[in-house]
Design a protein around this ligand. Structure first.
Ligand code: SF4
Length: 365
């Protein structure tokens, strides 16, 4: 389990030399080590960043071809019992209108997304085992099977048996973000609720893999931790560990940056665009075959410029409200979307950049 080596990796990060070896020499290498990755993350020169970006682009084009996979999130419930200080759906937020789609509404939303061309869907709920129990989620997955080849969930951390049950009903992948790998900070940000169990969450990807999912996406929420490079390092090392231990499973990473949402904390630790690009492209140089996802939290022009530099998957036409597509609900979303363009617009941009938008990651058998 990754939790067994987490402390060791934490010490490695803090004790490693952040400077020293010339970055130019590191970039000459075909593959880099984790201490060289740390040096890339800590580099602070614009010319060097250009070289990191160029190398990342070459590796991405070579390993993934000129394609970008499109996916979309579908929020089916926003009931949540957790008190996460950074989230619009937190139980602390008494102003949020709570809503849960019934199976008929879920089908209408899915039909609408299928008509837009999507073949990959990410089903989301808040963390509330009473309002969004496993049977409810299995029901949504069963409907999704009629429309999509790839069905991912981003819900609360489950037991092995629960993941297995969902896999038996058609689940293909799990997205679960640790938010921060700093346990003390994690404790402070999660006031109460099941998500407070740091290790149960860290170990969730492996329980899901053992239960049979083909795809795992992990990530950290940039902006929570003043030392965001620590979280980028730990996320990348976690992905590397999963890829080595479970080579048959597709692993991807996401580094969303925190947005205003209805957060109960003042967002002080903003990560600049420059640092964000450095994190994505340095990760690509370390982990040459993992997927890197980019969400609509990021601004339009910034997303456009990232195409081809390291990312492999983008969300498009996203809504973070429950029933945001067909039913067209206008309630509070989980976070604020920056890129509000339509799927057609995103397709046009990708093509214009010389890349091919893809809707299907694998074909359902
Ligand atoms: S981050 Fe997830 S678990 Fe935490 S409050 Fe938001 S929806 Fe609930």
């Amino acid at each position: 389990m990754f939790s067994e080596i987490l402390e060791k990796e934490k010490k490695f990060f803090f004790n490693s030399e952040k400077e020293g070896e010339k970055i130019i020499d590191i970039l000459e290498k075909e593959e880099i080590t984790k201490d060289e990755f740390i040096k890339l993350l800590y580099s602070n020169d614009n010319l060097i960043l250009e070289k990191i970006v160029l190398k990342s682009k070459i590796i991405t084009d070579r390993n993934f071809g000129k394609t970008i996979l499109l996916f979309t999130p579908l929020y089916i419930s926003n009931y949540c019992v957790n008190k996460c200080l950074y989230c619009g759906f937190s139980a602390l937020n008494k102003d949020v209108k709570r809503k849960k789609l019934n199976l008929n509404e879920i089908e209408q939303e899915m039909e609408s997304l299928k008509q837009k061309g999507f073949d990959t869907i990410l089903i989301l709920t808040g963390d509330d085992r009473k309002n969004s129990d496993i049977e409810y989620i299995a029901g949504a997955i069963k409907i999704a099977r009629k429309y999509f080849s790839e069905i991912l969930i981003e819900i609360y951390a489950l037991t092995y048996e629960e993941y297995k049950y969902l896999v038996e009903n058609g689940l293909t992948g799990v997205t679960i973000y640790q938010e921060t790998y700093d346990k003390d900070l994690y404790d402070k940000l999660h006031l109460s609720g099941p998500k407070k169990d740091f290790y149960f969450r860290v170990e969730a990807p492996e329980r899901a893999i053992k239960a049979g999912v083909k795809e795992i996406s992990i990530g950290c929420l940039l902006g929570l931790n003043k030392n965001f490079l620590f979280d980028v390092y730990l996320t990348a090392i976690h992905a590397d560990y999963l890829q080595r231990e479970y080579p048959d499973v597709e692993i991807s990473i996401s580094y969303p940056r925190i947005q205003k949402a209805e957060a109960k904390i003042k967002i002080e630790n903003t990560v600049s665009d420059r640092d964000y690009v450095k994190c994505i492209t340095s990760t690509r140089i370390l982990l040459q075959r993992i997927g890197i996802n980019l969400t609509t939290r990021e601004k339009e022009i910034f997303r456009d410029n990232l195409i081809g530099l390291g990312i492999t998957r983008m969300s498009a036409g996203s809504k973070t409200t429950v029933g945001g597509y067909f039913i067209n609900a206008e309630d509070t979303g989980q976070f604020e979307i920056s890129d509000k363009r339509s799927v057609e617009d995103i397709i046009w941009v990708i093509k214009n950049k010389g890349y091919r938008p893809e809707f299907t990651n694998w074909v359902k058998i």
